[in-house]
Write a protein that binds this ligand. Structure first.
Ligand code: PGA
Length: 234
């Protein structure tokens, strides 16, 4: 069986153990692990890591210049980042990011060979047929055909499932992630598809069985040593 991907999104939080211990824990995993941390801790993670692939949760859509408070993809690369989340629903909502900004951010990341973890997801519960239209529109707007033959991760995260403890049915997740995989394969992208939204040690067993899902983007459960150990089975 192919290795699963576990992408841990710390959001604006620190885990309940220090970063040296956290990194060491992640490096014990047999599966593929990515840690996306707040930018100010990237240096600490870079010093602590031996093999861990880590990255940021956002990047500027610009290359350089007068953009106070922004961080460029080149700077992330200098900090050792190999992956970066873009288009997370919290940034779409709270920071007014749209497909145009997100697409520019993806361009910037590829310029530095940083692999984007692109988030898509419908905002409220709806029947599958409607949800798949929303997701197709989000994917279309990102013009992903520009990245043929490149390695990319797309995380399907229904917004209503993030941090709520609610999860779509396994059938729903299976069909949506299969649709996304097929969409990306048709564009000749070397793509992996993750599910995100209230994934934790309690539903892991059931969700891990979904064959169209290559792995998970994990928020809340990434903060507790106990949960991380259970998820990574270490
Ligand atoms: P959650 O967050 O696991 O806390 O639902 C997932 C995410 O927002 O990426």
């Amino acid at each position: 069986m192919a290795k699963k991907i576990f992408a841990f999104n710390l959001k604006m939080n620190k885990p309940d153990i220090d970063f040296n211990k956290y990194v060491a824990l992640m490096e014990k995993a047999k599966d593929t692990v990515y840690v996306c941390a707040p930018t100010v801790y990237l240096g600490q993670i870079n010093s602590a890591k031996k093999t861990l692939v880590f990255g940021a949760q956002n990047v500027s859509e610009f290359e350089n210049g007068a953009h106070t408070g922004e961080i460029s993809s080149k700077m992330l690369k200098e900090c050792g980042c190999e992956v970066c989340i873009v288009g997370h629903s919290e940034r779409r909502k709270n920071n007014f990011e749209n497909s145009k900004n997100i697409s520019q951010k993806i361009d910037m990341l590829f310029m530095e060979n940083i692999m984007p973890i692109v988030c898509v997801g419908e905002s409220k519960t709806m029947p599958f047929k409607k949800a798949v239209k929303v997701i197709k529109k989000q994917l279309d707007e990102l013009q992903l055909f520009k990245y043929a033959n490149k390695k990319i991760v797309v995380a399907y995260e229904p917004v209503w499932a993030i941090g709520t403890g609610k999860v779509p049915t396994t059938d729903f997740i299976f069909t949506m992630c299969a649709f996304i995989k097929n969409y990306l394969t048709n564009l000749n992208l070397n793509a992996k598809v993750l599910y995100g939204g209230s994934y934790n040690e309690n539903n892991a067993k059931e969700l891990n069985k979904i064959s169209s899902v290559d792995g998970f983007l994990i928020g809340g459960a990434s903060l507790k040593e106990k949960s991380v150990k259970a998820i990574l089975k270490i």
